[in-house]
Write a protein that binds this ligand. Sequence first.
Ligand SMILES: Nc1nc2c(ncn2[C@@H]2O[C@H](COP(=O)(O)OP(=O)(O)OP(=O)(O)O)[C@@H](O)[C@H]2O)c(=O)[nH]1
Ligand SMILES: [Mg+2]
Length: 412
Amino acid sequence: MLPCRHTLASCATAKSKAGWVSTLLGRAGSGAGRGAVRSSLRTCARSASSDKGGGIDGVGGTRERHNQPEQLSCHVAVVGSPNVGKSTLANAIVGAKVAAVSPRAHTTRREVHCIWTHDNTQVVLSDTPGLVSHQLARKLRTPRSLLIDPRNAIFDSDIVAAVVDDTTVLDERRWHALRSPQRFLNTIGTSLDRALTGKRAFLVINKVDCVPQQQQLDAFVAFVQQHARARSHTANHGADSDCHGSRGAGVSIDQKGAICSADAEEDGSGVVFERIFPVSALDPATLGDLKEYLQAQALPKPWQYDSGQVTSHSFPELLLEIVREQMFLRYKQEIPYVLQHNLDSYEVDEDGVLRIYWTISTEQRSQKPIVIGKKGASIREAATAIQDTLGSQLGMPVIMNIRVMSRGNKSR
Ligand SMILES: Nc1nc2c(ncn2[C@@H]2O[C@H](COP(=O)(O)OP(=O)(O)OP(=O)(O)O)[C@@H](O)[C@H]2O)c(=O)[nH]1
Ligand SMILES: [Mg+2]
């Protein structure tokens, strides 16, 4: 056994830019066990990086900066309302699961860099917590970091990816936006105007797999594109009256994709989108144009990360993402939000099995039996899912030992 004790608190303060696999190896001791992990990780890194240029690496010296003819890079802030699919999109572009995804709002609790390196170009995507208005934040008692992180990410970025979907933009009604694209734009404008002031931005319309008819989607996108081009023109020529073309031009799109006149809407949006990408983050085939565009935005600038690195997370932070995702998928109401997590230790045994010891503490005693489930079924299922996810990323067997406590209470 190669013991290693490590807490998330110490990890957070010592946040490393080294790949999380390197972090794991660096802390997993030495000898035969470490050699076995190294070789399994190399295999994993090769297969993961062979298709999309990303992959899980950090092993065997991927610091190729001096070999690259010219390094190009681009920093993209991925912002939008909670649940629109920002993390799913970032994972899909990187080609690895680095950010937690769930149907619950505010799954992402703080900004994380998802790194996609292809040839000599590195695109760093800042996945951010969902944007909420200050009014809603006050109502929900949203932690300050959830408000600050997206704004910091926008500030630091070269360009902003504003992600929207049908369900959050308008009253959670499925693609209601098709019937009133003008209102759709106004809503986007209202939610993003302030956040994006003065920034280059493009729009990602996600979840298009939910649109019932392709014709409708095409017409909708054409309308939004036309509108955005008009805006771009205004911005480029400084003519403040150019927006009038869209004012009062309320339209809707019928079942066959035809554009009809509808209620006139006041256009309050000032956001200029340079491009619009209708995508489904669940379907990599829809992401080709977007990925090409991202690469084209990169400028000669030294890479921020090594070529094989896919996330700014350290290994314990990545593990926390995977655990939290399972909590969000399995437990209802406030439970996943109030759980506290601690990585007690991890070790690699002689057989190359990664053994992780993890503690979850609940806020209230009554929550503990819910998390554990009948005869331990719920937490066992969660542990198995975590083992599978991590094991497939690392290409090595993982055993996840989870202890559940209620805070200030040592009972098991
Ligand atoms: N049908 C469909 N569902 C999607 C798509 N992209 C994401 N989802 C689902 O939408 C839900 C939210 O996805 P996330 O990636 O966690 O959303 P987010 O914007 O990061 O959410 P927060 O972190 O809470 O701000 C998950 O259940 C995803 O599986 C898509 O293209 N199509
Ligand atoms: Mg997210």
